[in-house]
Design a protein around this ligand. Structure first.
Ligand SMILES: Cc1cc2nc3c(=O)[nH]c(=O)nc-3n(C[C@H](O)[C@H](O)[C@H](O)COP(=O)(O)OP(=O)(O)OC[C@H]3O[C@@H](n4cnc5c(N)ncnc54)[C@H](O)[C@@H]3O)c2cc1C
Length: 216
């Protein structure tokens, strides 16, 4: 991976001690996240669209319909900004001013490239599904020629990416520490509940290990 420290666009000004530009940390947060918010300027107006994604090496991949406005805009080579956020908790301070969240977030600035090579496209298809449910791709029907033709795959390099991570208790004003006010953290995480079979599922079909063992 080629993230190489802050650039003019990625330098985090506020609370810089929470910032990192380390490629391994970028990868870890992307792998922990589920949804990418992809921002572009389209027809002079900003728009941010949530998308499923996958990271493979030093590239973040998106897949979408060839009819998608976002995918078509990205394909044209306009600049994009992608954010992935993992929420770890709510941080309650003694003062309203110091309330915050614990989180891990990545911001990527870049320009997308269309993935056309058939072998690369196969890798990305697999990666996107396996990012949602690890090792699940091998249990499903692979995409048909028609489905492949309807799907655009694009990659955004992780060369210009920043990470911000906050963890731990609130940071308080020293004079607030003696106040009789509760302070601390409410940890938050996504939790997978028991899988619900499709009503049309043939009852003898077993739950695959990828689903049975799934945990977020
Ligand atoms: C869940 C969540 C909630 C937040 N809530 C607030 C809030 O309510 N108020 C508030 O002031 N801040 C909040 N933040 C922090 C916010 O994302 C910015 O970091 C903050 O506004 C400081 O930006 P800046 O002026 O230093 O950088 P900017 O000048 O806004 O950004 C410069 C560059 O820094 C990088 N960058 C900025 N923020 C992040 C980030 N979070 N992760 C990775 N790279 C980043 C980007 O590459 C960006 O282009 C929150 C963050 C998260 C993840």
């Amino acid at each position: 991976m080629t993230t190489e420290g802050p650039t003019e666009r990625t330098i985090i000004h506020r609370i810089a001690e929470h910032a990192s530009y380390d490629s391994q940390t970028v990868g870890e947060v992307l792998d922990a996240g589920l949804i990418a918010h992809v921002g572009i300027i389209h027809d002079g107006s900003p728009v941010v669209i949530p998308m499923v994604y996958a990271r493979v090496g030093d590239t973040l991949y998106l897949h979408g319909s060839v009819a998608s406005r976002l995918m078509r805009a990205l394909r044209s080579g306009i600049p994009a900004c992608v954010t992935v956020t993992v929420v770890d908790g709510i941080v309650l301070a003694r003062s309203a001013f110091n309330m915050t969240m614990n989180y891990r977030s990545v911001v990527i600035h870049g320009t997308a490239r269309l993935i056309q090579d058939a072998a690369d496209r196969a890798v990305v298809f697999r990666a996107v599904l396996d990012h949602l449910v690890p090792n699940h791709y091998d249990t499903v029907r692979p995409p048909s020629e028609s489905e492949l033709a309807q799907t655009m795959l694009i990659g955004i390099p992780l060369t210009e990416a920043s990470v911000k991570i906050r963890s731990g208790p609130p940071l308080e004003e020293p004079e607030d520490l003696g106040l009789p006010i509760w302070a601390g953290e409410i940890p938050l995480t996504l939790v997978a509940l028991d899988p619900i079979p499709d009503p049309d599922l043939e009852p003898t079909i077993p739950v695959p290990a990828s689903v049975d063992n799934y945990s977020y």
